[in-house]
Design a protein around this ligand. Sequence first.
Ligand code: MN
Length: 573
Amino acid sequence: MSKNWKLKPHVSEEFCSRFPEFSSLGAQLLFNRGLEQREQVDAFVDPGYDKLHNPFLFKDMQKTVDRIWQAIEEKEKICIYGDYDADAVTANAVLQQALGYLGVECESYIPDRFTEGYGVNMEAVKKIKDGGCKVIISVDCGTNSTDVAEWCKNNGVDFIITDHHEIIDAVPDAYALINPKNPGDAYPYHEITGVGVAFKLASAMLQDARSKQHVPNFVEGYEKWLLDLVAIGTVADCHSLMGENRIIVKFGLKVLAKTRWLGLRALMESSGLNFSQKLPDTYTLGFTIAPRLNAAGRLEHANVALHLLMEKDFVAAQQKSMELEAINVRRQDLTQRVLSEAREQAELLGDRKVLVLLGKDWPKGVVGLAAGRVADEFHRPAIVLEKGETESTGSARTVGNFNVVEALKAASKFLIKFGGHAQAAGLTLRTADYEEFYKTILNYAEQHLTAEDLEPQLVLEAKLEPADISLETLKLLEKFEPFGVANPKPKFLVEDLKITSIRGVGQGEKHLQFKFDLNIKIVEGVMFNCASFAKNLKVGDTIDAAAELIADDWNGRNGVKLRLIDVKRNQST
Ligand SMILES: [Mn+2]
């Protein structure tokens, strides 16, 4: 089935005239990203490192920095406590590395997904205190651990929270709360991730160390070597890549190509990445590196990933990365198995507007991945749960503007716990209430899920004229990199493509290679994993396409071609 194509409204002449250094196509892309003021456009085009915000804008930053110095001087033990996803694991590593540079070895603690669940738990904090730690620094979590904050306060532990999550109830009474969502905080950027906040603390410590001349042989700009991991965590956490995150990711990608993290180097080697030919991009971070870091916490324990990142011996790092690679292969197999069983169940449910799927032996670590895929494939909100005797745990993913947390709230009397964002949430359900829960969710969807939400949509940024299919446009697109959330790789509408050659390639000929006659020139195109409709196309047909413009450097060529994402038979033929 072809998707519904939505072409962005055409930019005005007046808007184009304000940015004369851009072609009208370039102006259209700026406009589509909401970049309308001169300063916004300049900051976007030139995301300079010196434009990162001052870490001391966080309300509790100075207090935290002073406390850490005190711990260093008095040789108090510090423990960094973080969750098990890639954002948290990179945050943990970044902070450990920076404090290590300042001469203090920190301990780290990551809860077990299967026995402890996410967030800061009291049992763990008690254990950490019994182990002699007086300072606990949380990364990517802790904002809503009000009970832990109170316990720490009463038991002689200074609990420093670094986090980016919303405050749900009360502000925790912690020693410090470094979170842009802290009421009254002056930090201006709210899209920062967990690893971003950890990096801010690291930068603040390093700045302070320099001004106090605390560290002999202090290397100016040392913190830049941390940026590759910060970029990985930021992309993994699916936050906007506009604003400060754009600067972080842009520089992080440069640093990654010559990374100093031996563990990361080993991981790239074992996953077949090689940057001598082509520099890493956000796709590499999001689809190769982050899934591997996440795999450890999904199937076993996130310490496997953290210990790899912190490894100082390359041979040991290679061993650890092979171990992680093997876990990731298992994670892929498990996801495929759960996905195929989930698909079968979904088919049986017919045209129910929301899919709630339940399976024994669907590991909790991968049900979220399966829910995302099911929602995508069936164009419907999906909830996928691991079925347990009494409790079933899983994840929800949405489509369109349907808010899954609100949907879960409407059915909360059947839930033991739930939480998350509009697009994605986690939940634990009383297994016996599955039927009632499903009915309630369907009722809610009946009222709140619109026909538009259920329509598979493809947003196209502009119509690409034959003359725009050029190296010049490719250069324009490079200025918009790195792509990601809030700054997607542009997809275009290309009309009247007359097929002069078509050929199946790859296993089972699942990819198609085209040549098109565009009157003024011949253009090549490629379509990966074609649907059956595309396979019926033949020479002489004229099609319209939703496509990206990509480089064609095969055999030393220096050209461009179209990567077709969706095609439709041209209406006028
Ligand atoms: Mn996070």
